[in-house]
Design a protein around this ligand. Structure first.
Ligand code: SF4
Length: 430
């Protein structure tokens, strides 16, 4: 933590709510943190200038947004800046982003600017004062985003759900920044803030229509969450009369835990100190997740995220965890799990040329057959404007036709009595 003192950490706004809460977690730990500005055409232009053309879209966008910050902050200010860039393993260029960014900084005279890069190989460990708060910030942002997506398609006043979401993000961010770092008081403050948000969403005027199709969205984590990258596809689906169940951020953290333990087993370290620490961390994180989700038992009834164990098992007939690594495994398994929960179609959002998207796309026809013809559609993005309307119209037609013959009804908590809490279904990764 010492090397971060006196420095300003920039967090990329993969999605604004999540980045705002992550910045709040850094501030709670006594660090100065800011979120990058919104991605726009200049982002792509600057990103293309500082990349070679082989990088995937998320690399161009994150590099573009970070370089925009640095170009405005040359000199002394740039030397104080730390860019937050988590890494990853697997058949994915993401693991190279931090390396690439460091090289860029050296080559363009920003030697003083640092890159902070926790990786999935160590379960995204960060300085201890920050680690647990950051995890809670991830959980809180997932909860707020889920609330938004459950309400926005049904709002009576256009823009009211987005407005309320922004207010709730600010409210929760202020709570994270001002609450004590001690785990107990912090949890109580965060739960109180989230309950206030929940109650405000419950009061949002909506007109719900039970025939609304529910679309599960999987895909590459950055592209599916960053509305600039995906041409606001989630909102476009809503404009076509759908509700979206968007895969959350915590899912990747749980996958990283599962992978970390698998690799420890594989290298004969199943009972090592490292494995014990990883299991303990997973247990603590699971407890945090259950406690934050408990007040939402009624709101999220039927919407509980599948455990990573369930996702990996569902993916096994197509992409076993031992033979395939990364988001392709999660996408295929998650699509199958969402089908069990009654979604009417699946959309996979991926950057153009992304290996994960390409492999998933090859599996989807068989998966769709095995799931009784569930419509599954890939959408690829490369930063160029495309006309999505024809594809979306056809996809939604298929969805409505599938809806008429499928067996599992979509979740509809608003007509149900409260159900027992089933946060994310608990499991272990031993
Ligand atoms: S998952 Fe695909 S798009 Fe994302 S960083 Fe990896 S290679 Fe690039």
């Amino acid at each position: 933590m010492r090397s971060l003192e006196g420095r300003k950490i920039y967090i990329h706004a993969m999605f604004r709510g999540g980045a705002r809460l992550m910045a709040a977690a850094f501030r709670a730990a006594g660090l100065e943190a800011e979120v990058t500005g919104p991605s726009d055409a200049a982002t792509l232009e600057v990103g293309s200038r500082y990349t070679g053309g082989d990088e995937c879209l998320p690399a161009r966008i994150t590099v573009g947004d970070y370089m925009k910050v640095l170009l405005y902050a040359r000199g002394e200010e740039a030397r104080r800046i730390v860019l937050f860039m988590p890494g990853a393993d697997g058949p994915c260029r993401f693991g190279q982003y931090a390396v690439h960014l460091r090289r860029l900084l050296r080559e363009h005279g920003f030697e003083g600017t640092a890159v902070m890069s926790p990786t999935c190989a160590d379960g995204y460990q960060m300085p201890s004062a920050l680690h647990r708060t950051a995890w809670r910030a991830v959980l809180a942002s997932d909860i707020l985003l889920k609330l938004l997506l459950q309400h926005r398609p049904y709002e009576i006043a256009k823009g009211s759900a987005d407005g309320l979401y922004r207010e709730c993000v600010e409210e929760v961010a202020r709570t994270i920044e001002s609450a004590p770092l001690a785990p107990g008081p912090q949890m109580r403050a965060l739960r109180r803030a989230l309950i206030t948000c929940r109650d405000r969403f419950r009061q949002l005027p909506v007109r719900r229509e039970p025939t609304t199709p529910l679309i599960g969205v999987v895909g590459e984590i950055f592209c599916r969450l960053n509305s600039f990258s995906n041409a606001d596809l989630v909102r476009r689906l809503e404009d076509y009369g759908a509700e979206v169940w968007l895969s959350d951020v915590a899912e990747w953290v749980w996958y990283s835990h599962a992978e970390q333990l698998r690799l420890l087993r594989l290298t004969g370290r199943r009972f090592s100190r490292e494995a014990f620490a990883a299991r303990l961390r997973a247990w603590i994180q699971r407890r945090d997740e259950q406690r934050l989700l408990k007040p939402f038992a009624r709101d999220f009834a039927g919407y509980a995220e599948p455990s990573m164990k369930e996702i990996l098992e569902a993916a096994r007939p197509y992409l076993p965890q031992e033979g395939a690594i990364g988001e392709m495994v999660i996408n295929v398994g998650k699509a199958a799990c969402l089908a069990r929960r009654g979604v009417d179609g699946i959309v996979d959002i991926s950057p153009f040329t992304c290996m994960n998207g390409v492999v998933s796309e090859a599996i989807y026809p068989r998966l769709s057959r095995d799931l009784g013809g569930l419509p599954i559609r890939n959408f690829y993005f490369d930063g160029v404007e495309t006309d999505l309307d024809a594809d979306l119209g056809v996809f939604l037609e298929l969805v409505r036709s599938y809806r008429g013959r499928k067996r599992v009804p979509r979740p509809w908590p608003w007509a149900c009595p409260p159900q027992p809490s089933r946060a994310r279904l608990a499991d272990t990764y031993s």
